[in-house]
Design a protein. Structure first.
Length: 247
């Protein structure tokens, strides 16, 4: 069975490894070099780079199933993958991380709404939403400490931004790192990346530091789908014994 996985995250890599171990012919599509690094030794063929509509259709044309294992907030990518699958008449499966709800958090629909909410608040703000939304926080930039991926394209994007402090690091981040990076801030702004995205560690650090939490709500594409464990079980039963014995 030929399976294309749109991945680039740690759980996407784990899924690719699992499917390859069952004997599937796996191709993983990622947009960044960091995403490609995560797939080293996964057993999957890796396609690195952003694909337009034609490129995406060409990649999946000969496969049997497409699994969308992109980040929960990659709404545009999911829409493009769905459109390509419809055009090629290929089965589409969405794998999603389970959500983690915080009873005491304020939930907003976008980074811009988070910045608006915090514009009248007092205190330093720690932003861990990623570099794509960072420009929305320039309006309160002098009070912002942002942690973003340590990659050259991200450094270029953030260069010259009106942000008080930018920390360049690569995940995952444990509790101690979060405590160190978030120290001195009164607010945490984050996305719900689930267990794999380090959400529990961030929430725990915020609690220990007595910080208020603002969570950007997931888009619909990041909420609806199958858990990664469910997808694994699905393909364990789908792949024939012959395929599972090939590797």
């Amino acid at each position: 069975m030929k399976i294309t996985v749109f991945a680039g995250t740690g759980d996407g890599r784990e899924l690719c490894m699992y499917l390859a171990s069952l004997g599937a012919d796996v191709t993983a599509s990622v947009t960044t070099e960091y995403g490609a690094e995560l797939l080293n030794d996964s057993g999957a063929k890796v396609c690195c780079g952003r694909l337009d509509a034609d490129g995406m259709r060409a990649l999946i044309h000969s496969c049997d199933v497409v699994i969308d294992a992109t980040h929960p907030y990659a709404a545009e990518a999911s829409r493009n993958i769905i459109d390509a699958c419809r055009a090629e008449q290929i089965e589409y499966i969405r794998a999603v991380r389970q959500e983690i709800k915080s009873e005491n958090a304020v939930y907003v629909d976008s980074a811009a709404e988070a910045a608006e909410y915090l514009s009248t608040a007092d205190g330093e703000v720690f932003v861990s939403t990623g570099s794509k939304e960072l420009a929305d926080f320039e309006r309160i930039g002098s009070r912002v400490t942002a942690r973003v991926l340590d990659a050259e394209p991200v450094r270029r994007m953030c260069s010259g931004m009106n942000i008080g402090k930018i920390i360049y690091k690569r995940p995952p981040f444990d509790l101690e790192e979060n405590l160190e990076d978030m120290s001195g801030c009164s607010y945490l702004v984050t996305k719900d990346g689930g267990d794999t995205g380090g959400m529990p560690e961030k929430l725990r650090a915020a609690e220990l530091l007595s910080m208020s939490v603002v969570v950007i709500t997931r888009p619909e594409s990041g909420r609806d789908g199958y858990t990664f464990d469910r997808v694994k079980k699905m393909f364990r039963s789908r792949l024939s014994p012959e395929e599972q014995c090939e590797k």
